[in-house]
Design a protein around this ligand. Structure first.
Ligand code: MN
Length: 289
């Protein structure tokens, strides 16, 4: 069978700060459009970066979201979050937070206090996954997916697939998704490989968290680079040149219009204007700075 082709391999853009705590390179929509990678509509990548100790935790202060989900994956360091419904928690090393903002939340995201005081390497991904029109105004939901809840599938040549969401070899990951989404950490020791397969129509990409890999015995990909696949076929092969950790994302596109304005992603301009009004009218609740 024909392999799924690599469309492009992208180097990270010059990083910028979100608040003062997230030093990110944007891949989606900066280099790949929302439509092209839908249902993955935003990807900010904080490559491994040392933050010196700070008494005042760095981060991003109170802000809203509506119409989609934020998925935060912590590889190094930890993040504390608080929201307008009184919820909160810590996303520690190896953990994932899957927040369905849906009709709207206000939240703030900061380096966790003891991490902040100590300083250290911080390595994080934030993905936004879109919601279909029928679910954009449903109630918010949090899934705190700690490391111990992940599903680990050992690979025949060594290494493993850690399923955050979706399916691999008839096992299902812990995250509940609204539309079909696969999100895996693939850990491959040097000189081992694995075949991955997703329906051709699923938009599929990977981000190289650590090490370097070769795709389909052809494209060499270095640390912190992003690989966008074509939709020509299902299967592709990932081979580790050095010990590698790969974040793999593949999802069924939501075939609806996308209208976005900052932290709001809806279907129409009118819904965006409504979101801004609702935010200004305090309908997202209240959260102290
Ligand atoms: Mn946020």
């Amino acid at each position: 069978m024909e392999k799924r082709k690599v469309a492009t391999v992208l180097a990270p853009l010059e990083p910028h700060y979100v608040g003062d705590g997230f030093r990110v390179s944007n891949f989606i929509p900066g280099q790949v459009s929302m439509r092209r990678m839908n249902p993955f509509i935003m990807l900010d990548y904080n490559s491994k970066f040392y933050f010196p100790p700070s008494e005042k935790p760095r981060g991003v202060s109170v802000h809203p979201h509506r119409g989609f989900e934020t998925v935060t994956i912590a590889y190094k360091g930890s993040v504390a979050h608080h929201d307008s419904s009184g919820g909160g928690g810590v996303i520690g090393e190896g953990d994932v937070q899957w927040m369905t903002a849906a009709s709207g939340v206000l939240h703030k995201e900061y380096h966790e206090e003891s991490f902040s005081k100590q300083g250290g390497d911080f390595h994080m991904v934030q993905l936004w996954t879109n919601l279909p029109a029928k679910d954009k105004m449903s109630s918010p939901r949090y899934q705190a997916i700690s490391k111990d809840k992940m599903v680990h599938i050992p690979l025949p040549q060594g290494g493993e697939v850690e399923i955050i969401a979706g399916n691999f070899k008839n096992k299902t990951g812990p995250a509940i998704t609204v539309t079909p989404i696969n999100l895996f950490n693939v850990r491959l020791p040097k000189n081992t490989s694995t075949t991955l397969s997703f329906p051709a129509i699923y938009n599929t990409a990977l981000l190289l968290i650590e090490g370097s890999v070769k795709i389909n015995d052809q494209n060499i990909v270095q640390t912190d680079h992003f690989v966008l696949f074509e939709n020509n076929s299902e299967e592709f092969i990932v081979e580790a040149i050095e010990d590698a950790v790969v974040l793999l994302m593949s999802g069924e596109p939501i075939e609806e219009p996308i209208a976005s304005y900052g932290p709001f992603v809806m279907n129409t301009q009118a819904e965006l204007i409504q979101a801004v009004h609702d935010f200004q009218d305090g309908k997202f609740g209240y959260l102290a700075e």
